[in-house]
Design a protein around this ligand. Structure first.
Ligand code: ZN
Ligand code: ZN
Length: 476
């Protein structure tokens, strides 16, 4: 694992685990930096020592040596039941408490949300996002359980029938891999595992899972429509990927990536999952041309907070190399914007920031006709307003998720990006002051200018590669 970065929480966790009596006698040593060598290869001498320990532990606990026995023991002896992810530093349950991707896609379709794998345990989803009996019945149906009496009943049934029996509808928060890893669990938990397998670069990896929700919630455009439409892509028969020609089921690609500050929109194109993940939140020259053409037709393609940088860049992009560079500038600006919003949230709470959210989009249900994912111009969208109870529920859920994601974003230690505004910046305090005086229009104007100034600075540093001025405070 040399060269791999560790989240500081993981370091603390490792020290706790190796000192814990449950692992007494299990072999480990330390590297030159004093760090525990967490991973050994199974076939090495050190690996053999660990193997022997696990075999003895099985015997001690009466677990017969067969497939899955080490995983069983690893769960039995884990002192807290919560594994800390080496990548993002968050705690994940080692038990089967998380919806599998399949289960999750059904839940997301039901709620119009975009939860990622391991964002929430099934219990957290029930407690925080299920507001009425219909939700409970729907979740029970997704998990192939009978109608529950109430929320407590459903949670109890889920833990008794699914979590404890390691149901196929659920997944543990971290996979087992003894005896290579000291305590028998993969260093990367479910939250970051997929990102790792896709071979993303380390820098991207850390920010990706952590920030995705904030990007999605604080961008303009009808997210509900976009999500529903994206869901339709998976349901369509296999077709040839327009980029690489592979025949498989398509995923939906936003022409302007939401992670760069573009709006949620119905302007989606089919791509195979390989091409979509290789694009990795970048746009191409072709995408830029299409976005500019949409703007000429009067469409709004960019969120309010990223308009300045988009307008600055879009006329300067002449080829894919420019487009890649511009994508990276926009990503950096977008992170700065969300960090500023997270500070405002910390200092002033919800009231002012509500103006940038769009609960109205969560109050409609969509149906589609004439779905042809390669020619979405023929698509017919049928909108049906939800009843008032469901409206209220969806609105509350949407707002809670949006503000949660902003709090998470405020923890920035992990990022490779720099932040031009910090907690004590005078310009930020000026915005905060106007908000506290309830002068929201004034606050908005000041915030808008602040974001534009920050975007301009980043543009000059990154795109024109001017030397940054010394007054800027860099946070590496
Ligand atoms: Zn993680
Ligand atoms: Zn492809």
């Amino acid at each position: 694992m040399s060269g791999m970065e560790y989240h500081p929480n993981f370091d603390k966790y490792v020290e706790m685990i190796v000192r814990h009596p449950n692992y007494k006698g299990l072999y480990y040593d330390r590297g030159k930096d004093g760090r525990v060598n967490w991973v050994v290869t199974g076939k090495s001498q050190k690996g053999q020592l660990r193997q022997a320990w696990w075999d003895a532990k099985c015997k001690e606990l009466g677990v017969s040596i067969q497939k899955g026995c080490y995983a069983k023991v690893a769960r039995l002896i884990h002192p807290t039941g919560k594994h800390v992810c080496q990548c993002c530093g968050k705690e994940r349950s080692i038990f089967y408490e998380y919806p599998t991707l399949r289960t999750l896609s059904k839940i997301n379709a039901l709620f119009g949300t975009h939860f990622g794998q391991a964002d929430y345990t099934i219990k957290e989803i029930l407690i925080r996002f299920c507001e009425n009996p219909k939700d409970l019945n729907d979740i029970a149906a997704i998990l192939h359980l009978s109608k529950p009496k109430d929320k407590t009943d459903l949670i109890e049934t889920i833990y008794r029938e699914l979590v404890r029996k390691e149901s196929k509808y659920l997944s543990p928060g971290v996979m087992c891999n003894p005896p290579d890893r000291f305590n028998g669990f993969h260093s990367y938990a479910l939250c970051c595992r997929k990102v790792k397998d896709r071979g993303r670069h380390d820098d991207n990896m850390k920010t990706y899972t952590q920030d995705r929700r904030a990007y999605e919630n604080w961008s303009d455009g009808d997210y509900n429509l976009a999500n529903r439409l994206m869901g339709e892509f998976h349901k369509q028969p296999e077709m040839q990927c327009p980029l690489c020609g592979k025949v498989e089921r398509m995923t939906a690609d936003h022409i302007g990536p939401v992670s760069l500050g573009f709006c949620h929109s119905k302007y989606l194109t089919p791509l195979c999952s390989g091409c979509n993940s290789a694009k990795n939140n970048r746009f191409t020259k072709f995408d830029v041309d299409r976005l500019v053409a949409l703007e000429k037709q009067g469409e709004i393609v960019i969120s309010w907070h990223s308009k300045y940088i988009w307008d600055l860049l879009k006329t300067k992009i002449n080829n894919d190399i420019d487009a890649k560079k511009a994508s990276s500038v926009m990503a950096k600006c977008h992170q700065n914007v969300l960090y500023i919003l997270s500070l405002i949230y910390k200092y002033t709470g919800r009231d002012f920031l509500l103006r940038y959210l769009h609960p109205e989009y969560s109050m409609v249900d969509y149906r589609f006709e004439n779905i042809d994912i390669s020619h979405l111009d023929r698509l017919k969208i049928i909108a049906k307003p939800l009843d008032s109870k469901n409206k209220r529920k969806n609105q509350e859920r949407y707002l809670r998720i949006a503000f949660d994601s902003l709090s998470d974003f405020g923890v920035k230690e992990n990022r490779k990006n720099y932040f031009l505004i910090d907690e004590n910046s005078q310009d930020l305090m000026d915005v905060v002051k106007s908000i506290k005086e309830k002068k929201y229009e004034e606050a908005h104007n000041k915030l808008y200018i602040l974001i534009n100034v920050v975007s301009q600075e980043i543009y000059e540093i990154e795109y024109e590669q001017k030397r940054y001025s010394t007054k800027l405070n860099f946070d590496s």
